[in-house]
Ligand binder design. Structure first.
Ligand SMILES: NC(=O)c1ccc[n+]([C@@H]2O[C@H](COP(=O)([O-])OP(=O)(O)OC[C@H]3O[C@@H](n4cnc5c(N)ncnc54)[C@H](OP(=O)(O)O)[C@@H]3O)[C@@H](O)[C@H]2O)c1
Length: 418
């Protein structure tokens, strides 16, 4: 109760900041970031765009990986219009694809830039149970696994930069307080989400493996060159109302698809639970990585944040009266976007956070994550799973690797792993 009152009033916590502090305000403590190079995912809108704007205002060189390059170029143009000397590089990255993450890292390395700051901010709230091209539930693949792999592949560069420049590297994982809504066994639930898979290949004339359930066909104009995500989009539209969506066809592409995947326990896909799982994974990742960095003696820290609740494009799949009403009713609890970017910027730049690692922050102050998120056992299991799934040897058959790793880890049980 007292916490809610403090939140509503914006009362400052031990850091001197509170829920109403903005990103621009927290960075006043470190006004010159001219020596810093930062990678920020998900900077095309919402919290990430504001984080990028404020770090650019303080002089940081930004690398903005994005799946939507047009939107990223618009972000870059907006920043340059406001800060003409800003250094902003846009590069392609789809976090839901391990191949795309590897491609981004290869391109980034070819630029031979240092890397001081990695902000894993991108996120999605997937309304239906889509499956990534690697055979993994889409929200988990985007919010957690893509960031896990990105961090893993950039870590050497961050360590090297910290060694050469003497500036401590920082990794910020953007989680959510909703991580506390997930209870149960992380890997078992993920297994349930993945078990009934839908495979949609990039070349829509080839679908593999042969699907057994309901087949749907979709007619598309020949000018339409679908990306994997748009195929998934149409699959969902089509599944929601079969037969309703079709185009005047010059060329027919047949998209075979399963309807929304039902987890093996028979319960329908729960998008909120899947989102909470992915955000819990962000916290567990932070915990395990912090331990590993410490043991390695790397001058790099990792922390995670809850930015606060703010209306952004995150709810784009759920626009409508109900969402409007929910945001209206919660309006007193909502932050503005500059306020929502504050905790990320605080953890990324503030001198008070130097040397602090493995912690969870909200409203620019350290706080406790859920009991499950604080479990060293869960963090270790998730790490082992993530290693197995993202190891290059498993990538050609990642879906099989996911199955193998999950059932292997579930069989072993957590005690054996520790
Ligand atoms: N808004 C809230 O109330 C709230 C609360 C707690 C936590 N968060 C977290 O805050 C972070 C930022 O969210 P937001 O509210 O600012 O949402 P947003 O406006 O929807 O921004 C999400 C960003 O992630 C990018 N993204 C999504 N999928 C991607 C993919 N596969 N590959 C690369 N980039 C991808 C989006 O790019 P596109 O332009 O390509 O879509 C966009 O730039 C997320 O991690 C979210 O979970 C938000």
């Amino acid at each position: 109760m007292l916490g809610t009152v403090k939140y509503l009033l914006g009362t400052a916590g031990p850091s001197g900041y509170g829920s109403k502090t903005t990103a621009a305000e927290v960075t006043e403590a470190r006004p010159d970031l001219g020596s810093i190079t930062a990678v920020i995912t998900g900077a095309t809108s919402g919290i990430g765009a504001e984080t990028a704007r404020v770090l650019a205002m303080r002089g940081a060189r930004l690398v903005l990986p994005a799946r939507n390059l047009k939107a990223a170029e618009e972000t870059r143009a907006r920043i340059l219009a406001e800060f003409p000397g800003a250094k902003v590089i846009v590069m392609p990255l789809d976090l839901s694809s391990m191949a795309s993450v590897r491609g981004f890292v290869a391109r980034f390395e070819s630029l031979q830039l240092p890397l001081h700051l990695l902000i894993n901010n991108a996120g999605k709230f997937s309304h239906g149970n889509a499956i990534s091209e690697d055979g993994i539930e889409m929200t988990f693949a985007t919010n957690y696994l893509g960031h896990y792999l990105l961090t893993k592949l950039l870590l050497e560069k961050m360590e090297e930069t910290a060694r050469v420049t003497g500036i401590q590297g920082r990794i910020v994982n953007v989680s959510s307080s909703i991580h506390g809504w997930f209870s149960g066994d992380v890997l078992r639930y993920l297994d349930q989400l993945n078990r009934k898979k839908t495979y949609v290949c990039k070349n829509p004339t080839r679908i593999f493996p042969p699907l057994t359930s309901r087949f749907l066909s979709l007619t598309l104009p020949h000018t339409y060159h679908p990306s994997l995500s748009s195929l998934n989009y149409w699959r969902h539209r089509c599944c929601a109302a079969p037969g309703k969506f079709s185009f005047p066809a010059e060329k027919i592409l047949t998209l075979k698809a399963l309807p929304f995947v039902t987890p093996a326990d028979g319960r329908p896909y729960d998008p909120t639970r899947a989102y909470a799982l992915s955000k819990l994974a962000n916290v567990l990742h932070t915990k395990e990585l912090a331990d590993k960095l410490k043991r390695m003696g790397a001058n790099v820290t990792v922390n995670c944040v809850h930015p606060g609740i703010v209306r952004t494009r995150l709810t784009r799949d759920r626009e409508g009266f109900t969402t409007d009403l929910a945001f209206f009713l919660a309006s007193k609890l909502l932050k503005t976007i500059p306020q929502a970017a504050a905790t990320t910027c605080y953890v990324a730049t503030h001198p008070r956070v130097a040397g602090v690692s493995g912690r969870y922050f909200a409203d620019c102050n350290e706080t406790s994550p859920s009991k499950l998120a604080a479990s060293a056992q869960e963090a270790s299991r998730l790490w082992l799973f993530s290693e197995a799934v993202t190891s290059p040897s498993s990538s050609p058959q990642a879906a099989t690797a996911v199955d193998g790793a999950v059932s292997y880890l579930c069989r072993l049980g957590s005690e054996t792993l520790l």
